[in-house]
Design a protein around this ligand. Structure first.
Ligand code: SF4
Length: 624
């Protein structure tokens, strides 16, 4: 099969047995790969209403047909399972080098079942697959774990393994624990690190053995890639990502009303932005830029902070989301402390977005008298308080005392605190909103409400289409330009943007490299790699089918239209910034969206629509 290496590795952690099974060709056509194919595998073996941290929960790592090719940004893999943070479908995407290495070892994906009776790591060196004792790694942070496994790999094979590992927070069940790949790349969201920890699976170390991803039409692919590179050479978006990384978005985002301040209560703060924006970052902490596999952009940052009290050894620097969630949203203008917080989260293995959201919740609760300093184990925190922030990160990461309460996530903590606290935990379906304000981009309200994993910026291309950084898509009636602060027409835009997002997460590709590809380019990219003959309609259908499948899985987990909400905080307008006074008309967007999606009034799937998409088996499971 072109675009795939053809095998899924099945690992039963309870018995220690392995099986290498052929990838299903029809499923590849219908669900492509990544989180789409993972969702299909999950539903095929649906374990029922299981505890996400129990042996019965499946844990799936999956690449896509673009992973390991020279498709720019074709380097990602998806990590999927029922989420311990949300209780719903969970998925996290990760770039870097692990996905291509896994394919070079001969596997498109890995499916884990069961639980090991002792800590182990999965060692893959082509056909040589082994569960190795990880007792000496247990308790090590993700950086130490990567170093140790890379050293062992060099000793064994002469080559550096690519490592995806959890830290102590994943081991102890922090519900927003992440998977960290080689210190720089994070599968952060929905607690996939905790799922690994619950299975006593410390890490996966993979060494490729030269298995090639065959391209169906190398000439067409080469021509397509040359055109893409020409476009990049003229793109201002690419230029700014190269110059400032993802933090290039901070200043422009703040101007457009995208950036959160003071737990989403304030619309702008120019002084904070000036101290943490892209140019300041470059001046004060940047060492060099860095790129994932097959990426001509290189938005990743290597940084170093020499001065105490926030010294950070040369290594991965914070990205836009982290800079907002540990910076602007806490009114923290101390860039070095943000870099320190980022390093701590990476080493412990926790998601910086959720961590920042919890700190914002605790800060506001202390300010408003809903939490005492005593209840927080003596930690006092106010706005713009880097030391308090770092103390809370350490407490949550350790999962002890008040930290164990934070480790349950912002929704659970806010409900436990009670009173108005849930209004201060800005989430949908238990997943904390990333740093994009729906009052600045109305479509985001709908995107958060109906994303398969909760409030998520990586399940759709809304931001790029609404904001105009992606070109129009006239063949699917997205001509633009769009008024970011209007709710009119956003139901259709969001639905189509979600379909594209689901395809990006299935193919699997980096959004920054791919959002500039228009319809014909997308079709050429997928067909030249896979040899399949998608037309635009069947291509977009893949995204639609995946969205419906994940929606069905959510329903089986007990989450339906009642959770398609805009968080209360976004019903209150901010008074500052370009989005002052702006509130999305969520009811209008949701009504139009349900109509377009052919959901019933309660947001439920219908059998007719399921069957139209080839999801009759899902309708059967749902009993509709
Ligand atoms: S744009 Fe950035 S995140 Fe995307 S593939 Fe390139 S380096 Fe990685």
């Amino acid at each position: 099969m072109y675009g795939y290496v053809g095998k899924i590795l099945e690992v039963d952690l309870s018995t220690g047995e392995f099986e290498k099974v052929d990838i299903d060709e029809k499923d590849c056509r219908d669900y492509m790969g990544g989180s789409g194919l993972a969702a299909k595998i999950y539903i095929d073996r649906f374990p029922g209403d299981v505890d996400p941290l129990s042996p019965e929960n499946l844990f799936i790592i999956m690449t896509g047909p673009w992973t390991g090719t020279r498709v720019p940004g074709g380097n990602r893999f998806a990590a999927c399972a029922r989420s311990p943070l949300t209780g719903h479908w969970g998925e996290a995407s990760c770039g870097g080098y692990f996905g291509p290495e896994l394919k070079a070892a001969g596997y498109d994906g890995i499916v884990f079942t069961g639980v090991s009776d002792k800590p182990v790591y999965l060692w893959i060196n082509g056909d040589d697959v082994e569960l190795r004792d990880a007792s000496d790694l247990w308790g090590k942070d993700t950086y130490e774990t990567a170093d140790m496994l890379i050293e062992r790999s060099k000793a064994d094979t002469g080559r550096k393994a690519k490592v995806a590992a959890i830290g102590p927070s994943g081991e102890s069940g922090v519900k927003f624990a992440a998977i960290v790949h080689d210190k720089h790349h994070i599968a952060g969201r929905t607690g996939m690190g905790a799922v690994m920890g619950s299975k006593n699976l410390k890490a996966i170390a993979v060494v490729g053995t030269g298995k090639k991803v065959e391209i169906a039409d190398p000439d067409a692919f080469k021509r397509w890639r040359e055109l893409v590179m020409e476009d990049y050479a003229e793109s201002l978006v690419v230029e700014s990502l190269k110059a400032f990384g993802t933090n290039a978005n901070l200043e422009i985002g703040a101007m457009l009303g995208d950036v959160p301040f003071k737990n989403w209560q304030v619309g702008e703060d120019d002084e904070v932005i000036a101290k943490i924006n892209g140019p300041t970052y470059s001046d004060e902490i940047l060492v060099k830029a860095y790129a994932c596999w097959a990426c001509p952009i290189g938005c990743k940052r290597v940084i170093e902070v020499k001065d105490e009290p926030y010294s950070v050894a040369r290594g991965a620097g914070p990205e836009y989301e982290t800079i907002c969630m540990l910076g602007s949203n806490l009114l923290n203008d101390n860039l070095a402390s943000i870099a320190k917080g980022n390093e701590m989260c990476n080493r412990w293995g926790i998601d910086t977005i959720t961590m920042g959201a919890i700190i914002a919740l605790v800060t506001e609760c202390q300010e408003k008298g809903l939490l005492s300093v005593d209840e927080c184990d003596g930690v006092s925190i106010g706005w713009g308080d880097p030391d308090g922030m770092l103390e809370l990160i350490e407490m949550a990461a350790r999962n002890e005392g008040f930290g164990a309460r934070m480790a349950q996530g912002s929704k659970a903590l806010s409900e436990e605190i009670g009173s108005d606290a849930p209004v201060m935990a800005v989430q949908v379906r238990g997943l904390d909103a990333p740093a994009h304000d729906p009052r600045g981009f109305h479509g985001f309200a709908l995107s958060y409400a109906t994303s398969p994993r909760g409030a998520c910026h990586c399940a759709s291309t809304n931001l790029y289409l609404e904001g105009g950084s992606a070109p129009p898509l006239p063949q699917i009636d997205l001509e633009g330009p769009f008024d970011e602060q209007s709710s009119v027409g956003k139901a259709y835009l969001t639905a189509r943007a979600q379909e594209l997002g689901q395809i990006f997460n299935a193919a699997v590709v980096c959004y920054f490299t791919a959002v500039s590809w228009q319809e014909d380019a997308l079709i050429t990219a997928i067909n030249s790699v896979t040899g399949l003959d998608y037309d635009l309609d069947s291509f977009m259908r893949v995204g639609e089918r995946i969205w419906f499948l994940k929606r069905g899985i959510q329903a089986l987990f007990g989450s339906g239209g009642e959770e398609d909400i805009m968080h209360p905080r976004f019903y209150k307008a901010v008074e500052e910034g370009s989005h002052a006074g702006s509130v999305p008309d969520f009811d209008l967007m949701k009504r139009e969206y349900y109509e377009y999606r052919q959901l019933d009034d309660e947001g439920r799937l219908t059998r007719g629509k399921c069957e139209e998409l080839g999801l009759g088996f899902l309708a059967d499971k749902l009993g509709i």
